[in-house]
Design a protein around this ligand. Structure first.
Ligand SMILES: C[S@@+](CC[C@H](N)C(=O)[O-])C[C@H]1O[C@@H](n2cnc3c(N)ncnc32)[C@H](O)[C@@H]1O
Length: 323
């Protein structure tokens, strides 16, 4: 990118340099930014929560600036002092321009840093009173929200600081879906045995818009994880949960979705019925499909760490080990 940038200084209209620079940019700035910024439900919910929480005298820390949207909202809601950080320097530079163009440069300071590199006394005048952050993927945990909050609670915000979002839950269903299975598994194709390729399949969830995939839901929805961002223990763990099967079939996958509690009475979710959300659902294939009988009580073990969530085992009430 830097080479193409240098070329553009010499030849500003070089089509090759313009395209080369843009190709580099697409690799470092994920394309989901646009769909995310245009998700009106997300934006409205965050601004409503910020307005209900922030006061003029609060020092606001916004982790993960992106376009600067949450920082701009905090400033529009009255915050006089907002510090925001963004580790991607290309994104941080654009955010700085957006903030200036919208007239909020005096209130908002952008630091080109990972939040874990911020220092109170250097980047922030003191610990912040309000932390805003939206570092959430379709399965909640993939962008590192847990370690980011753990670090911020320890080093960057006051003991009584508010956090938006303040809590989250993750729910799941087991599914029958050949279509989802085919996205992460292969067998015989035109008479050739390609199963060896399955050694390269994903053990973790992938994004999928469930409403656009043929599937049958085999179980009641079940809460598999709950996080209290204000005071809870956010270290990696595993949890055993039970759900009754509502339909017989072959279980191919599990679908996860989250609900974010932003402030009193303000939640957003990427549950499968929310087709307008830019977040799809998180779908994990089970390693070996297994049969589920209607009425079975299924015991799941779900493990989460600081980068994701996996369904480890499912047992029917007879304690058969399927995984
Ligand atoms: C999902 S986007 C959200 C952007 C913006 N806050 C919004 O809500 O529109 C997250 C952004 O945070 C940045 N980011 C994620 N974790 C970060 C961290 N720990 N420190 C600094 N930047 C981070 C990413 O590069 C990305 O631009």
């Amino acid at each position: 990118m830097e080479a193409f940038k240098a070329a553009l200084l010499l030849e500003p209209h070089s089509a090759e340099a313009i395209l080369g620079y843009n190709r580099g940019l697409q690799r470092v700035v994920p394309p989901w930014h646009f769909a995310m910024m245009n998700d009106v439900e997300r934006a409205t919910a965050f601004e409503t929560a910020i307005r209900a929480t922030v006061t003029q005298h609060d020092l606001v820390l916004d982790i993960g600036t992106g376009s600067g949207l949450l920082s701009l909202m905090a400033a529009r809601c009255g915050a006089q002092n907002v510090v925001t950080c963004e580790y991607n320097p290309y994104v941080a530079a654009v955010a700085r321009r957006i903030i200036e163009l919208n007239g909020y440069a005096p209130q908002i300071r952008v630091c080109d840093k990972l939040s874990s590199d911020l220092c109170v006394g250097v980047d922030l005048p003191r610990r912040a009173d309000l932390l805003t952050l939206e570092v959430v993927d379709c399965g909640l945990l993939g962008e590192g929200i847990l370690p980011t909050i753990v670090h911020a609670r320890e080093h960057l915000i006051t003991d009584n600081a508010m956090i938006i979002p303040r809590a989250a839950t993750i729910h799941a269903h087991l599914l029958e879906s050949q279509e989802l299975r085919d996205r992460n598994c292969v067998a015989d194709v035109t008479g050739f045995d390609l199963r060896e390729f399955n050694s390269l399949s994903s053990l973790e969830y992938l994004p999928a818009r469930l409403s656009q995939v043929r599937h049958a839901i085999l179980t009641e929805s079940v809460e598999v994880a709950r996080f209290d961002f204000l005071r809870g223990d956010l270290t990696p763990g595993r949890r055993k949960v039970c759900s009754r099967s509502t339909k017989s079939g072959w279980c191919d996958a599990v679908v996860f979705w989250f609900s974010l509690d932003l402030a009193e009475g303000i939640t957003i979710s990427n549950d499968p019925s929310n087709v307008a959300s830019h977040w799809e659902q998180a779908v994990q294939s089970v390693r070996v499909p297994f049969q589920v009988t209607m009425g079975d009580v299924l015991e799941f073990v779900v493990a989460y760490d600081w980068r994701g969530l996996v369904l480890e085992t499912v047992r029917a009430h007879q304690h058969l080990d399927f995984a």
